[in-house]
Design a protein around this ligand. Structure first.
Ligand SMILES: [Zn+2]
Ligand SMILES: [Zn+2]
Length: 223
């Protein structure tokens, strides 16, 4: 396991398959004064994520929100713990919200783990919605494809656009609710953002902008 690390300015990687638990997606933290998480890992690494926040010199009591990028277990497993113990606001797109709340079709059986359902506090309904957290504006974009309610988010920090683009790689299985025609439109939307840094869901950080575009286009071309 490696340590949590700073990605750029107020953006940190605090979880992932080689940081917190092999089942975890990448978990990113935005320090906006209030702390915002992008995804929560598969569940059993909750304590590790909290200690990783502390090891960066940040106070987990400042946790304000978790943006769940889509309703797959490796991204949502610890939502209920963050909400119950730190009172975070759970945010997700309305099209994936029911799965998170009702624990159906989240893929827990694929990983052989149990999932505790979690209420969603804020449902994203627009194609793009900007959320204010302390010093930053987190822009959430609906990118259906991998799941119907998948979202990405980006934040502009000191002239660099940091894009949280979880599961750009898919997989795009129809039986898991994927839609490749929608994914094509969504991945093009992400390319058009011209992000400088991509924080991806399982494969790490890509930069500069040319590398971000190359990464996303590789998957777009494969659809
Ligand atoms: Zn997924
Ligand atoms: Zn994933």
């Amino acid at each position: 396991m490696t340590k949590s690390f700073k990605v750029w300015k107020d953006v940190y990687a605090i979880g992932g398959s080689d940081i917190s638990h092999p089942y975890d997606c990448s978990v990113y933290l935005l320090d906006a004064g209030d702390l915002v998480l992008i995804d929560s890992g598969a569940g059993s690494s909750f304590d590790t994520l909290i200690s990783n926040i502390r090891s960066l010199g940040l106070d987990p009591k400042k946790l304000k929100a978790v943006l769940a990028t889509h309703a797959h277990i490796d991204h949502i497993g610890a939502l209920h713990q963050f909400r119950a113990e730190y009172g975070v606001q759970v945010i997700t797109h309305e099209l994936d919200a029911a799965k998170i709340e009702q624990a159906r079709g989240v893929g827990a059986e694929v990983y052989g783990v149990s999932y505790t359902p979690c209420p969603v506090d804020l449902r994203i309904t627009a194609g793009e919605q900007s959320l204010r957290f302390g010093n930053y504006e987190l822009n959430v974009i609906h990118i259906p494809g991998h799941t119907p309610g998948s979202v990405a988010a980006y934040v502009d920090i000191d002239k660099k656009i940091v894009l949280f683009g979880q599961d750009i790689h898919g997989p795009y299985y129809r039986e898991w609710g994927a839609d490749t025609a929608k994914a094509k439109v969504s991945l093009q939307k992400l390319i058009d953002l011209k992000a400088d840094i991509l924080c991806e869901g399982h494969f790490g950080i890509y930069q500069p902008a040319t590398a971000v575009e190359k990464y996303i286009r590789g998957y777009l071309n494969g659809l």
